[in-house]
Write a protein that binds this ligand. Structure first.
Ligand code: PLP
Length: 369
């Protein structure tokens, strides 16, 4: 038994030695500079009350869905939610998933065939890489946010290409040159798919909506576990792609649908955002306070994710621990999750952080580096 799994033990010991062993711990008490709850909806009593009210009016929402949506798990709540979401984003149709991971897994494992090529930004989320492993298509990477390199690669391909990007990247906190990439994709007749997990809710309904690029994008993925403070994701697309996914996407077909509570909470989240715009204004004010402290950051100036490079796993761990001892919860991204030499402290700003908290955080970082 032991010898059979010796390599597992070795891999874990290696991580432990390098200080990168992952363990599950309970949420710590402290000032939140690490969660994706950018607008504070997950902690909003008003939002909770809205959800509780809906559940009290219709306790049935909490029932398990009882099956895949293709068997017993479909409902009017999810059908209506998809219609509502598609309309809000000015797309023809939408397909809901229980998570963003599953939405990406479905898209990239299903649409590209063995004759196609998936060209991904080198910093695309792991869910897309995992989907590519399930797909029979060839995968190529282009340099991060580099449209010229994307074009060079596209020029050399014969079959149909899918281009996968995020609009706001979760590791560097920088934005994709969306318009340029959309133009290049169009020029080479490639199909662009954009993951808006971190942009949705932070920049209105996301950057595709803000820039009105719906027509240039085959599918946009928005997720609800971050700025919306709930859970789930939608693929925004046209009826043909939706129907194809329903028919051929394993992560959609072979999984029990979420309960109606999840779909209801997503719709309530959209409505909550519409009437509570102070959350996104507050977030942008806090991002400005952080940026005004002039710490060297990789990230876009209005991004809620701010990455500070600390190019050494041990140094980074020490900084994270110092911050934690002072009550600041941040996230350290070690190599090999990111390239060696680009290890970073990842700070997530929120609408609910106070100026004093931001100044306290930045002072400790400045004193450390
Ligand atoms: C860019 C990106 N896409 C997709 C996902 C997956 O979304 P979810 O957490 O809803 O599964 C994440 C979450 O970390 C993400 O950062």
């Amino acid at each position: 038994m032991l010898s059979k799994f010796h390599h597992f033990q070795e891999a874990l010991q290696k991580r432990e030695k390098e200080g990168t062993l992952r363990i599950l711990s309970l949420k710590s008490e402290g000032i939140d500079f690490y969660s994706n709850d950018y607008l504070g909806l997950a902690r909003s009593k008003d939002f909770h009350e809205t959800l509780i009210k809906s559940v009290l009016e219709n306790p049935q929402l909490l029932s398990g869905s009882t099956g895949s949506r293709l068997i017993s798990g479909n409902s009017t709540v999810v059908i209506e939610a998809e219609k509502y979401i598609a309309k809000e984003h000015q797309y023809e149709d939408a397909l809901l998933f229980s998570s963003g991971y599953n939405a990406n897994l479905a898209l990239f494992s299903t649409l590209p065939t063995r004759h196609d090529t998936i060209i991904v930004d080198e910093q695309i989320h792991r869910s897309v890489h995992d989907a590519c492993k399930m797909s029979h298509a060839k995968k190529l990477k282009f340099r991060h946010n580099n449209p010229e390199h994307l074009e060079e690669i596209l020029k050399r391909q014969n079959g149909h290409c899918y281009v996968a990007i995020e609009s706001l990247y979760s590791m560097d906190g920088d934005m994709a040159p969306l318009k340029e990439i959309a133009l290049i994709a169009e020029k080479y007749n490639a199909s662009l798919i954009v993951d808006e997990a971190h942009a949705f809710g932070v920049f209105g309904y996301g950057l595709i909506d803000t820039l009105q690029l719906q027509q240039q994008v085959l599918a946009t993925v928005v997720t609800y576990g971050k700025a919306l403070g709930t859970h789930g994701a939608a693929v925004l697309t046209n009826p043909l792609i939706k129907s194809y996914l329903i028919n051929f996407a394993s992560p959609f077909i072979y999984s029990t649908s979420a309960h109606d509570f999840q779909w209801m909470s997503i719709c309530k989240g959209y409505k909550f955002l519409k009437i509570n715009s102070e959350h996104s204004t507050g977030l942008q004010e806090n991002i400005k306070i952080f940026r005004d402290q002039n710490l060297e950051s990789l990230s876009s100036k209005n991004s809620p994710i701010q990455a500070i490079i600390i190019p050494d796993n041990h140094q980074l761990k020490a900084l994270k621990e110092t911050l934690s001892e002072n009550g600041f919860l941040t996230y350290a991204v070690f190599s090999p999750t990111v390239k060696e030499g680009t290890e970073r402290l990842r700070i997530c700003l929120h609408s609910f952080n106070t100026e004093e908290e931001i100044l306290g955080l930045t002072k400790i970082i400045r004193d450390f580096i």
